[in-house]
Ligand binder design. Structure first.
Ligand code: SAH
Length: 342
């Protein structure tokens, strides 16, 4: 079957996804990105959703082999932001017109159930915005209480759908647990984000097709496909960074297959390539997550090397994003950008 016949099929199978991920010819890639853009237009229009992210703690009890802030990395300057500092960063996000805040951290139990609930409630009292939590795996009871406190979304990537790779990269976690957590979060009505890392040791295109299909099976509301980038002082410090093309192809195939999900052009993509965000937006992405972590903390949240979002102020970054949006004839949404499924 030709690529254009494949792209017009009603239902794509696993082997169809693999065939699309294998595309190498320039004209086939263009067909793929054009189709992804068409589907994005249909489900998302020409709006980009911005999510302001605050990385409020880099303490972590886990030891993911790829991650720069893993517990065993003794060369990290660890920090925790206070509720006041988090609220200040939230006000910057709100004043920039962004209506979703993402609170992200390592798995840091110092922010216990009640402390996170207090943060959620304080934000909701002061600001009319959606809250996404990205705190790693916590207890079901904690998830429940945070939902009741007003959190809207939870981001927990499955990282890889291949249980044996999952085991290789996470010494203390197992794949089945991770999936059960994602299912539980869905069951208590969180809008859920998940997704993978591309370029992990031993990962194949079959695995990546499985990742895309798993996002459908789990009925996730947001799916993030981001490149592996090596981080200093980790067991994977010498593993090569992922190439950009496979990430863009994965995003495009995911858009075509999953349709009504939010797909971010990730920060990691712009680390790989200065035009990463633009390329991502042209390959099916409809979300950008600018960092609002204060500068004095940001440089210690190095989950991978050369993470950008450097020293320029959020306003400068936003005006760069504005230029990009204009160039692509896209505009920023002023809504909270809830799930496309509700
Ligand atoms: N601790 C939380 C959230 C912080 S990490 C959690 O585990 O869910 C957020 C994401 O960063 C992870 O899900 C992972 O996909 C990504 N990440 C971490 N290290 C990375 C690396 N070296 N390259 C690419 N992505 C990485």
């Amino acid at each position: 079957m030709t690529i254009s016949e494949l792209l017009n099929k009603e239902e794509l199978s696993h082997s169809d996804l693999v065939q699309l991920l294998k595309i190498e010819r320039q004209e086939d890639m263009e067909l793929l990105y054009r189709k992804a853009d068409e589907i994005k237009q249909k489900y998302c229009g020409n709006k980009i959703h911005l999510r302001g992210i605050i990385e409020f703690s880099n303490y972590c009890r886990q030891d993911c082999y790829y991650c720069g802030i893993r517990n065993e990395n003794k060369n990290v300057n660890r920090y925790r932001m206070s509720i006041e500092e988090i609220l200040h960063s939230t006000s910057l996000i709100y004043n920039a017109g962004i209506r979703t805040i993402v609170l992200q951290s390592g798995e840091d139990l110092a922010y216990d159930k009640d402390k996170i609930s207090r943060i959620i409630k304080s934000i909701k009292e002061k600001f009319d915005m959606a809250i996404t939590l990205s705190l790693g795996q916590r207890t079901f009871e904690e998830y429940r209480q945070w939902k009741e406190a007003g959190a809207d979304r939870y981001l927990l990537k499955h990282e890889t759908a291949n249980p044996s790779i999952y085991f290789d990269i996470h010494p203390y976690q197992n794949f089945e647990d991770r999936i059960n957590h994602i299912k539980y979060l869905k069951s208590i009505d969180f809008q859920v984000g998940s997704g993978n890392i591309i370029g992990l040791p031993n990962q194949t295109l079959n695995d990546i097709a499985d990742d895309i299909i798993l996002c459908k099976v789990l009925n996730v509301d947001m799916a993030s496909f981001s490149p592996f980038i090596s981080a200093d002082d980790t067991p994977y410090k010498n593993v090569s960074n992922c190439g950009i093309d496979i990430v863009l192809k994965t995003m495009a195939v995911a858009r075509i297959y999953l349709k009504d999900v939010h797909i971010p052009a990730t920060t990691a993509l712009s680390t790989l390539n200065p035009d990463g965000r633009k390329k991502g937006l042209l390959a099916g992405a409809n979300v950008i997550m600018p960092t609002y972590t204060p500068n004095n903390f940001r440089f210690n949240y190095l989950i991978y090397k050369n993470k950008p979002g450097g020293s320029e102020s959020p306003n400068v970054k936003l005006s760069n994003l504005n230029e990009l949006a204009n160039e692509l004839k896209l505009s920023f949404s002023s809504s909270k950008g809830h799930s496309l499924k509700i």
